[in-house]
Structures are given as structure tokens and as C-alpha cells.
Design a protein around this ligand. Structure first.
Ligand SMILES: *Cc1c(COP(=O)(O)O)cnc(C)c1O
Length: 404
């Protein structure tokens, strides 16, 4: 989609589509109407108390919310600061992705759609969508790069078991970026009957706004929980940033407070931009998959192949709202390398008996850099976006390969 997109003139984009200079609807004309219908359906759903009631019931009885805000005593002792973990790993299907999948599937049903499509990289979003589709008896098709199908065999098996059809995407790098492009092509071919369920706060408006809305339950809960435990707001919120959905859902409810936000991007093996997946730290503004945001691109605007040990962070762009937070200085964005993330993965497992996702391990790894620079009584909340069972084989390989 990167070359042939028609830009929408800024003036015709509805209000709320932009975050400063970022966001918008850079899509072919055939998608103008479906996006307008989606926006209207979303606006009507979120002002309908019946919709909100059904969603919150599903989140509690099916997904297992609220997730705990856990005081990590031994990790706190290790870093010498007070550290809490927001346990999104305890959600049904093992990550925060289910919050968004359940919200959007209710919206799809409300719009009368019968067929759900999605793209997936690591398979976590694909599993969440396949789960939600099974729950509502809807037909589900997931686009996945053939390289990712090999890397994430267990999640592929889970999706199939849940009744979802997997379509392998073999062009380009055959990873997430190509899977997104294929899903957009599918949607263009049948926008009336198909609901495209995007898994992060990326894509054309209203997706970034919708995904933030459905993920804000993370920050809303954290705010109540920390007030109860500490009688004050935290000093820092720390979260990993792939597309940026767990972080934006964690951060946004604290937007108007003095709480500092730190987004941790995948530094990969470092050295040059293509050895990372750090769109903000190593990228520049451009247009990909329907929105203007920071991208990893070359001087001609060609999208770079990215690398991260965490498949869920391996995407060359980021949600437009993060680009805005970066430019305005509301949040700070940093990187952590593959090796540092693996170290943090092992540390949390040993100190707390919690095996974190490699994605979440990036946020945990940054504690080693952040903690020494903070006041002794600082309170830091980390979003533990998912559990790490899926990453055992990768961690194993890295650990043995990395031994001297
Ligand atoms: C998908 C995923 C991420 C990255 O996606 P965001 O949209 O940036 O949240 C992070 N952690 C886990 C566990 C994931 O599955």
C-alpha cells in the first residue's frame, strides 16, 4: 500500500482524525465510505449504555478483568525503587490484545458484519481475534506472513483450532507489513460484508481512536488501583511500543496529570535502523497503511525491513498518537536491545515467578536505566503486556547462542 495510496486532502478529514500533524486517512477512495460508516457506528456504540455494559461484562467474565496491579517486591528490591506491574499477561489468551478484539467484535456485530478479517505478526492478535470470532460464531480469516507462520507455529495451531482460516502472505519480507497490506486489499474487495479488525492503534482514522478507547481500560484500572495502594499517582508509566496499543491504553487516562510516560521501542541488535524496529527513535514522518506517522524508511520513502527479537514489536511504523506525544514531548521514547530484553525476561522469571512476553521484557529492561536516575521514593508502574510462554524457544536459542 505504501506507493499507490491516494492522499485525502486534510480539509476533508473529519475532526478527531489528527493528532497534531499525524494520523489522517490516507486510503484509496473505495474506503472513504466504509471508514465513515465505521466511525459513525463507533460513535453511536460508545454513547450507548447497552454496548458499554455488554463490553464490560465480557471483559470481566470472559477476559478476566480487572487485571491486578501487582507490587513486585523482589524486583523493587533489585532496582531499589517501588515497582508495580499491571498484569495484562493474566488476560484470557495471554495479553492485552483481547481487550481490543472483544470491543471491535461487538462493533462488527452491531454493524451487521458476518465476516471478520485481521492481520497478525506474532500471532497474538490473530489468536485474540480468532477467540472473539469463535465466541460470536463469526467467520474469521487471518492474514499472516509465511515467515511468521513458521516462527509462530503454536499460535497458528491455536487459531486453526478456534476455527479461523489462515492465509499465508509470501510477497516482500513475508512478515507483518505485507500481511497488513493483504488484509487492506481484502477489505477493499468487500467493504460491505467484511469487518477489518486492526490489532493496534495504527491504520487510518478511526482505528487509532477506537483501539485507544478499547485499551484505555488498562490505564483506567491502574489509576484506581494505584490510588488505593499508594494514595497517590505514580511518577512513571513504562510500557513497550510496537504499534503502540498497550502503551497508549496505559498512558492516555493519565494524559492530563504530571505522570511521566516512557515508551520503550525495540532496539534490536542496534547499529543501524534496519537492525531495529524503533520507528520513533530511528525513523522519520511518512505515510504507511493509511496514516501519517513515524516510519522506518530510506531516503526515497521505501519502508525498511525491521528486526526485533520480539515478534509483536516487529513493525516499521507506530500509532500516530505516539508520534504526536513524541513531537510535543508528552512522552519520552527510548530503545532497549534484544540482549537487554532477554536479560530482563530471565530476571523477572527468577525474581517474581512471572515469565513475561519478550515484548513486555523491553519495558522491564529499561528499569535498569531509569531507576538510578529517579528519586529514591519514586513509584514506577510497568505494563506487563503479555505472558512469555510463546517465547520460550526464542529465549532458549538467544541464551545459548549468546554464551561466550
Ligand atoms: C502485540 C503485542 C505487543 C505490541 O503491540 P502494541 O500495540 O504496541 O501493544 C506488546 N506486547 C505483547 C504481549 C503483544 O502481544
Amino acid at each position: 500500500m505504501k506507493k499507490q495510496e491516494t492522499s485525502t486532502p486534510l480539509g476533508t478529514v473529519p475532526n478527531g482524525a489528527y493528532y497534531g500533524a499525524f494520523g489522517g486517512q490516507f486510503v484509496p477512495e473505495t474506503l472513504y465510505k466504509p471508514l465513515k460508516e465505521l466511525e459513525e457506528a463507533f460513535n453511536s456504540a460508545v454513547s450507548d449504555s447497552g454496548f458499554k455494559k455488554e463490553l464490560s461484562q465480557l471483559l470481566s467474565d470472559y477476559a478476566g478483568r480487572p487485571t491486578p496491579l501487582y507490587y513486585a517486591k523482589r524486583l523493587s528490591a533489585f532496582h531499589g525503587r517501588c515497582i508495580y506491574l499491571k498484569r495484562e499477561d493474566l488476560n484470557h489468551t495471554g495479553s492485552h490484545k483481547i481487550n481490543n478484539a472483544l470491543g471491535q467484535i461487538l462493533l462488527a456485530r452491531r454493524m451487521g458484519k458476518k465476516r471478520i478479517i485481521a492481520e497478525t505478526g506474532a500471532g497474538q492478535h490473530g489468536v485474540a481475534v480468532a477467540t472473539a470470532a469463535a465466541l460470536f460464531g463469526m467467520k474469521c480469516v487471518v492474514y499472516m506472513g509465511s515467515v511468521d507462520i513458521k516462527r509462530q507455529a503454536v499460535n497458528v495451531q491455536r487459531m486453526k483450532l478456534l476455527g479461523t482460516e489462515i492465509v499465508p502472505v509470501t510477497n516482500g519480507d513475508a512478515t507483518l507489513k505485507e500481511a497488513v497490506s493483504e488484509a487492506i486489499r481484502d477489505w477493499i474487495s468487500d467493504p460491505a460484508g467484511t469487518y477489518y479488525l486492526i490489532g493496534s492503534c495504527v491504520g487510518p482514522h478511526p482505528y487509532p481512536l477506537m483501539v485507544r478507547f478499547f485499551q484505555s481500560v488498562i490505564g483506567d484500572e491502574t489509576k484506581k488501583q494505584i490510588m488505593k495502594k499508594e494514595k497517590r499517582l505514580p511518577d512513571y508509566l513504562l510500557a513497550c511500543v510496537g504499534g503502540g496499543s498497550n502503551s497508549i491504553g496505559f498512558f492516555h487516562p493519565f494524559y492530563k496529570t504530571a505522570v511521566k510516560f516512557i515508551g520503550v521501542e525495540a532496539g534490536g541488535t542496534g547499529g543501524s535502523p534496519e537492525n531495529t524496529a524503533a520507528s520513533i527513535c530511528y525513523g522519520s514522518p511518512g505515510v504507511l497503511h493509511g496514516a501519517k506517522s513515524y516510519l522506518l524508511q530510506n531516503r526515497e520513502g521505501q519502508i525498511l525491513e525491521t528486526h526485533s527479537i520480539a515478534a509483536g514489536l516487529d513493525y516499521p511504523s507506530v500509532g500516530p498518537e505516539h508520534s504526536f506525544y513524541h513531537q510535543s514531548g508528552r512522552a519520552k521514547y527510548v530503545t532497549v536491545s534484544d540482549a537487554e530484553a532477554v536479560k530482563a525476561f530471565e530476571r523477572l522469571s527468577k525474581l517474581e515467578g512471572i515469565i513475561p512476553a519478550l515484548e513486555s521484557s523491553h519495558a522491564l529492561a529499561y528499569l535498569s536505566k531509569l531507576a538510578p536516575k529517579t528519586k529514591k521514593n519514586a513509584v514506577i508502574c510497568v505494563c506487563l503486556s503479555g505472558r512469555g510462554d510463546k517465547d520460550m524457544a526464542i529465549e532458549n536459542k538467544q541464551a545459548s547462542g549468546g554464551k561466550k
